[in-house]
Ligand binder design. Structure first.
Ligand SMILES: [Zn+2]
Length: 277
């Protein structure tokens, strides 16, 4: 009987010990969460995406424009190119049918604020209103809420990035190719700058409110295609992301984070400054 009890005692002790080992303490779990949190946070902001095929995302800001955006949509359709439009809420309210058309034709619509203020210089409440009103206008025009935002002028604080991502679920999209088309340098210069800087995974910034930009696009698309580039929306590009090679990986813990494979953006220069992105 004594031997039996001893056996049961040993068995129970062993089980408890194993259970304790299998179930990390809350403190350990929190620590594990913390090591995983870092790569996920880096995945909030994208200047470009690390891909292993020649995919790029063309992005057009500040529209829709009543005259130029439909022209661009015709051109994109002719080339079977899907682009991403970072729209201003005020303009969406004025031309919801253009935004609806863009969405219907497979383009992605992102939030570029209601009236294009510098988000780094207004209150959290002001930022929240700018984004919410635009989110609502996009939902009303297209039936869907956006999942991306681009801050006007590329200006956004780290604090804003975090709470905007938490509250709206947005990824924050900057760019790595900037032709400075807002300075209206002429279509040839816009095209040359884009062709010179674009590489696989690039996010190309342009504006569908400047005639020269729209004029530059037919030959720009032709030549990008000739170089072998393929066009996807920003969200599609992010979904194609592959992990950075180990020596440039921001975190080499090897933890199996579910978003680890998709979260890596290039380091974010802060902030990418284009006086009129
Ligand atoms: Zn802008």
């Amino acid at each position: 009987m004594l031997r039996y009890r001893l056996l049961v005692f040993c068995f129970v002790s062993l089980s408890v010990a194993l259970a304790l080992r299998a179930e990390p303490t809350p403190a350990k779990r929190a620590a594990a969460r913390q090591t995983r949190a870092e790569p996920e946070e880096q995945g909030i902001t994208f200047n470009s995406v690390h891909v292993d095929e020649p995919y790029i995302a063309m992005t057009f800001d500040d529209g829709p424009s009543a005259t130029l955006t439909p022209k661009l949509l015709d051109l994109l359709a002719a080339h079977h190119i899907k682009a991403t439009f970072f729209v201003i809420g005020e303009n969406v309210a004025e031309h919801p049918e253009i935004v609806a058309r863009a969405a219907r034709e497979g383009h992605e619509i992102g939030n570029h604020s209601w009236s294009h203020p510098n988000l780094g210089k207004i209150s959290d409440e002001g930022v929240r209103r700018q984004l919410q009103q635009t989110d609502d206008a996009i939902k009303s025009a297209t039936g869907e809420r956006p999942t991306l935002m681009r801050p006007p002028y590329g200006s956004i604080t780290d604090h804003e990035k975090r709470w905007i991502h938490d509250q709206f679920g947005y990824d924050i999209i900057l760019w790595d190719v900037d032709p400075y088309d807002w300075k209206r340098p002429g279509p040839a210069v816009v095209r040359a700058r884009i062709l010179k800087e674009t590489r696989p995974g690039s996010i190309v910034l342009s504006h569908d409110i400047h005639p020269g930009t729209i004029e530059a696009m037919p030959s720009t698309f032709d030549q990008l295609e000739a170089k072998g580039f393929k066009f996807v929306t920003v969200s599609e590009l992010i979904r194609m992301a592959v992990a950075r090679p180990p020596h440039t990986s921001p975190q080499s813990s090897g933890s199996a984070s579910p978003t680890g494979a998709t979260g890596f953006a290039f380091p974010t220069p802060s902030p990418a400054s284009s006086p009129n992105d």
